[in-house]
Every structure is written in structure tokens, then in C-alpha cells.
Design a binder for this molecule. Structure first.
Ligand SMILES: [Zn+2]
Length: 77
């Protein structure tokens, strides 16, 4: 019998994604981030992008806020 391990084994506890700290609420969350925020930093000529991980709740909330701001900007002509 060949003893080959698949690259991804869902039943293995070691394949669990590492917990992350949500950038919105600061809580440690198990699993993969539900979304990412986006920060843009400018420092002189340098522009840096950061995408902090967000839990499902914050990803949703921030998505809604972004949508609302978008609509406000569209109306505010
Ligand atoms: Zn959160």
C-alpha cells in the first residue's frame, strides 16, 4: 500500500485554519476571515495597502456602511 498523504485533509485537526484577530471588534475568531477591510496609507511617496481580517459580523457591518456611504455620495451632488 502506498502511504501518500493528500495535500489537503479536511478531517485532520492540523488543517484547521489559525485563529485571527478581527480588526473590527478585536476578538479572536476561529476559522477564516469573512472579509477584509482596506486601509491605504501614504507616507511621502510610499503608498501602502493593508487588508486587515474581519469576522463575519464586522465584514457585514463594514460592507453595509460602505454601501451607505456610496449611496450618500451619489445623492450628494
Ligand atoms: Zn469582528
Amino acid at each position: 500500500m502506498a502511504s501518500r498523504f493528500p495535500l489537503i485533509s479536511p478531517s485532520s485537526p492540523e488543517s484547521k485554519p489559525a485563529p485571527f484577530v478581527c480588526d473590527g471588534c478585536g476578538k479572536s475568531v476561529d476559522g477564516e476571515p469573512a472579509g477584509h477591510g482596506l486601509y491605504v496609507w501614504t507616507r511621502g511617496d510610499e503608498v501602502r495597502y493593508e487588508e486587515p481580517p474581519l469576522c463575519a459580523r464586522c465584514a457585514n457591518a463594514i460592507g453595509l456602511v460602505a454601501l451607505a456611504q456610496w449611496e450618500l455620495e451619489e445623492d450628494g451632488e
